[in-house]
Design a protein around this ligand. Structure first.
Ligand code: NDP
Length: 460
C-alpha cells in the first residue's frame, strides 16, 4: 500500500459514490473522486429530484380544478414552463453545491475529469493526463438512457435527460416505454397541459408490478385523458411541417411536437478501462459479489452500473456497505429483498414485497385482500378517480408478503407500511392496529374480508 497516493479512488460522483466516499473517509481512508459531468449523479441532476419537482408542478392543475367544489373561485390559471425550468435548475445547482461541500467537509476532493482505469491500482485522469495510484477503486458511473434499435428518424427522439431542458412545453407528446420513466413523464406532461400518447410494446404498462396495480393505473391514466397504446412500437419518425410524424408498428400514425423514448437504461461501462484491468461484465453490467467486489479483488462497483436494483437508496446502501466492509472492518452485505418503491404517476403507486403472481409461485396458498374506493377529497371535487389497496398474505403463516397501493401519497404510505412488511408482520398484526380516521391508509388495517385465495399449481 505504501506507494499508493490514495486509499480509495471513486469514479463517478452520484449517490452511491458520495455515500461510499464520505463513509470511507470517516473510517480514515484518503479518498479522491473523479466526475466528468456534475456532482450529484442521475438522481440529483437528471433523475429523481428534478423529476419530483416536475411532478409537483404537474399536480397543481388538479388542485385548481378541485378547488371549485370546495367553494373556491379562481381566475383561469396559466402555466409558464420557462419559470418552472429556471426554478428547477436553480434548486439543482444548489443541491449540487451542497453535495460538493459535503464531500469537501469529509476531506474528499472532487477532480472534474473523466477517469480511466489503467491497471488495478492506477487511474488516469483524462483532463490532465495525470495518473493516480490507488489502493482500492470504486466504479460508480451509473447508467444512461438506451434508445433501442436504430429506426428512421431516431435523431428526433429525446430521452428524460433532454426532457428536463426543453425550451418549451410541447403541446403534443408521444412517449415510448411502459416503465417508471415513461409512466411518470406521461403524467407530468399531461398534468402540465400536453396531449400525451404512451406507446408500450407489451400488453400492460409497468411490467413486473402486480397485475391489479397495472390495470388500475391504466384505467386511471386513461380516464385522465392519456392515450395508452399497447402491443405497439414506434416504427419510424419523420419531420413534417407541423411537427413529427410518428408511425407505429401497426401503421397507425400520430403527429406530435415531441417524441420521448423511455426504453430503459444501460450501465455506463464503456471507456473506463474495465476490460484492460480484467473486470468481468455480466449482461452489460459490472458483475459483483455480495460485497460489491468485482472480478478484480481491489476494484469494486456500486449502483446502477452493477444493474442489481436501479434505485438511488439501493446505490446509497451499497456504497455505505462497501465503505464499512473495506475500510471500516465491518463486512456488510446489502439486503436486496423487499425493497419498497414508488412510481410518481397520477395517481401514485407504492409497492413492497411480492406481487400476487410471485407469491402464488412461492407459497402453497396466498390470501388476497383488496379494495378500491373513491378518495374522500374527490367527492366534493367531483373528480372521477379511485384508489386501490391490496395485501397479499401467506395463508399458512398469516405473514403479509406484499402490499400494493395506487392513490394519493402511495409513496409516503409504502415507506411506512414497508417497515411492518420488512419486520414480517402478519395480517393479524395489521388488524390489531387501530385505524386513523378518516384517512386512506386506514384501509390497510380494516381489510376484513378476504377477496379470494390462490393455490399453487402442482408442477406437471
Ligand atoms: P424500465 O426498465 O423501467 O422500463 C423500460 C421500458 O421500455 C419497459 O416498458 C420496456 O418494455 C420498454 N422497452 C425496452 N426496450 C424497448 C424497445 N427496444 N422498444 C420498445 N420498448 C422498449 O426503464 P426506465 O427507463 O423507465 O427506468 C430505468 C430505471 O430507473 C427503472 O427500472 C427504475 O429502476 C429507475 N427509476 C426509478 C424511478 C422511481 O423510483 N420512481 C423513477 C425513474 C426511474 P418491457 O416491459 O417489455 O421490457
Amino acid at each position: 500500500m505504501a506507494d499508493h497516493e490514495v486509499d480509495l479512488f471513486v469514479i463517478g460522483a452520484g449517490s452511491g459514490c458520495v455515500r461510499a466516499a464520505r463513509i470511507a473517509s470517516g473510517h480514515g481512508a484518503r479518498v479522491v473522486v473523479a466526475e466528468e459531468y456534475r456532482v450529484g449523479g442521475t438522481c440529483v441532476i437528471r433523475g429523481c429530484v428534478p423529476k419530483k419537482l416536475l411532478v409537483y408542478a404537474s399536480r397543481f392543475a388538479d388542485e385548481f380544478e378541485d378547488a371549485a367544489g370546495y367553494g373556491w373561485t379562481l381566475d383561469e390559471p396559466t402555466f409558464d414552463w420557462a419559470t418552472l425550468i429556471a426554478n428547477k435548475d436553480r434548486e439543482i445547482a444548489r443541491l449540487e453545491a451542497a453535495y460538493t461541500t459535503n464531500l469537501e467537509r469529509a476531506n474528499v476532493p472532487v477532480v472534474k475529469s473523466r477517469a480511466v482505469i489503467e491497471d488495478p491500482h492506477t487511474v488516469r485522469l483524462v483532463a490532465t493526463g495525470k495518473t493516480v495510484r490507488a489502493g482500492t477503486i470504486l466504479v460508480a458511473t451509473g447508467a444512461a438512457p438506451h434508445l433501442g434499435a436504430q429506426i428512421a428518424g431516431l435523431e428526433h427522439v429525446i430521452t428524460s435527460n433532454e426532457a428536463f431542458h426543453l425550451q418549451e412545453l410541447p403541446k403534443r407528446v408521444l412517449i415510448q416505454g411502459g416503465g417508471y420513466i415513461a409512466v411518470e413523464f406521461a403524467n407530468i406532461f399531461h398534468g402540465l397541459g400536453s396531449q400525451v400518447t404512451l406507446v408500450y410494446r407489451g400488453e400492460q404498462i409497468l411490467r413486473g408490478f402486480d397485475n391489479d396495480v397495472r390495470d388500475h393505473l391504466t384505467i386511471e391514466m386513461t380516464k385522465r385523458g392519456i392515450k395508452i397504446v399497447t402491443s405497439q412500437t414506434v416504427d419510424c419518425i419523420e419531420k413534417v411541417e407541423h411537427g413529427l410524424d410518428v408511425v407505429l408498428s401497426d401503421r397507425e400514425s400520430f403527429v406530435v411536437d415531441c417524441v420521448m423514448f423511455a426504453t430503459g437504461r444501460k450501465p455506463n461501462v464503456q471507456g473506463l478501462g474495465l476490460e484492460k484491468a480484467g473486470v468481468t461484465l455480466a449482461r452489460g453490467a459490472i458483475a459483483v459479489d455480495e460485497f460489491s467486489r468485482t472480478s478484480v479483488s481491489n476494484i469494486y462497483a456500486v449502483g446502477d452500473v452493477t444493474d442489481r436494483i436501479a434505485l438511488t437508496p439501493v446505490a446509497i446502501r451499497e456504497g455505505h456497505a462497501f465503505a464499512d466492509s473495506v475500510f471500516g472492518g465491518k463486512p456488510t452485505r446489502v439486503d436486496h429483498t423487499g425493497v419498497p418503491t414508488a412510481v410518481f404517476s397520477e395517481p401514485e403507486v407504492g409497492v413492497i414485497g411480492l406481487t400476487e403472481t410471485q407469491a402464488a409461485e412461492h407459497y402453497p396458498r396466498v390470501d388476497i385482500y383488496k379494495t378500491s374506493f373513491r378518495p374522500m377529497k374527490a367527492t366534493l371535487a367531483g373528480r372521477d378517480t379511485r384508489s386501490f389497496f391490496k395485501l397479499i398474505v401467506d395463508a399458512a403463516s398469516d405473514r403479509v408478503l406484499g402490499c400494493h397501493i395506487v392513490g394519493p401519497d402511495a409513496g409516503e404510505m409504502i415507506q411506512l407500511v414497508g417497515i411492518a412488511v420488512k419486520m414480517n408482520a402478519t395480517k393479524a398484526d395489521f388488524d390489531a392496529v387501530m385505524a386513523v380516521h378518516p384517512t386512506a391508509a386506514e384501509e390497510l388495517v380494516t381489510l376484513r374480508s378476504k377477496a379470494y385465495s390462490v393455490e399453487r399449481q402442482a408442477a406437471e
